[in-house]
Design a protein around this ligand. Structure first.
Ligand code: ADP
Ligand code: MG
Length: 264
């Protein structure tokens, strides 16, 4: 568990085929409390992935800093585990081999590897599939393997970039529930990007709305729903109120995008 602080963080990229740089995120300050689950929403291109990459130490910063548990992030290290939208599994390795791979990379002691990997495979409900290969699994199952691989290395923070983005609505809902069940057990500090407002509210303690051009924080909404969360909360007044506020925040962004396109 860990406390993440983003302080005046800016990240710039080079424009394609040009020396010119532009700000992908502009002076973002944000606190992710220890053991909390924070969701990030915002239209495409507003810098959500960049924010996660900065937390993982995978981009260089134009200014500002990222601090995890009082230590500045200076590069990729063992502190964070990432889960991406495309289950980035090794096709030639079994489910067990893939989850073991994460541990091998982090130099876990050999004797414990298989046992530890299997424990996490069972935790995501794939106990009977340890010997299967990725192509023999559904999209949802592959994403479970990805989550097991991330959690098995016992990272301080868990960074998830639209992990359920490629799944159908129903599988998505099941996976959201599963993720919460797992997360509620050891409460790793989690930063979760999604384009689904309901998913964000259902999962998170706090939802951050980002806006674009340049990428920045537009709104931060506290989600005061009790835990464990359950699907019946989707109809509660608190849920509906928060969802409306988030929709409105996001709609402003969409409106300005529309003006841009109409001007073309
Ligand atoms: N490696 C890169 N090089 C140049 N531009 C990039 C790179 N990665 C992202 N961008 C640009 O930075 C902006 C923010 O991207 P990103 O963080 O991926 O946004 P999001 O995840 O919210 O869609 C976008 O305009 C995107 O095109
Ligand atoms: Mg992204």
């Amino acid at each position: 568990m860990s406390h993440i602080q983003f302080r005046d963080l800016s990240v710039s990229y080079r424009r394609p085929k040009s020396d010119e740089r532009f700000l992908a995120i502009d002076r973002i300050s944000l606190d992710i409390e220890r053991g909390s689950f924070v969701a990030v929403v915002g239209s495409s291109g507003c810098g959500k992935s960049t924010l996660l990459l900065a937390a993982a130490g995978l981009v260089s910063l134009a200014s500002g800093r990222v601090v995890i548990d009082a230590a500045p992030v200076t590069g990729p290290g063992g502190h964070a585990a990432m889960v991406f939208q495309d289950a980035s599994l090794l096709p030639w390795r079994s489910v067990l081999g893939n989850v073991r791979f994460g541990l091998e990379m982090r130099r876990w002691k050999r004797d414990d590897l298989t046992e530890r990997a299997l424990r996490h495979i069972r935790m995501v409900g794939l106990g009977d599939f340890a010997d299967y290969h990725p192509h023999q699994l559904s999209g949802g199952m592959r994403q479970r393997v990805n989550i097991a691989r991330a959690l098995a290395v016992d990272p301080e923070v868990l960074l998830m970039d639209e992990p359920f983005g490629a799944l159908d609505a129903q599988t998505r809902e099941v996976m959201g529930n599963e993720l919460l069940r797992i997360w509620e057990r050891d409460r790793k500090t989690a930063l979760f990007v999604t384009h689904d407002i309901e998913e964000a509210v259902f999962l998170a303690d706090k939802v951050v709305v980002m806006g674009r051009d340049p990428g920045r924080i537009k709104d931060v909404v506290q989600v005061d729903l009790p835990r464990p969360r359950s699907p019946d909360m989707l109809d509660s007044e608190t849920f509906v109120t928060i969802r409306r506020r988030l929709r409105e925040s996001l709609a402003e962004d969409m409106a300005s995008l529309r003006l841009v396109t109409e001007g073309v």
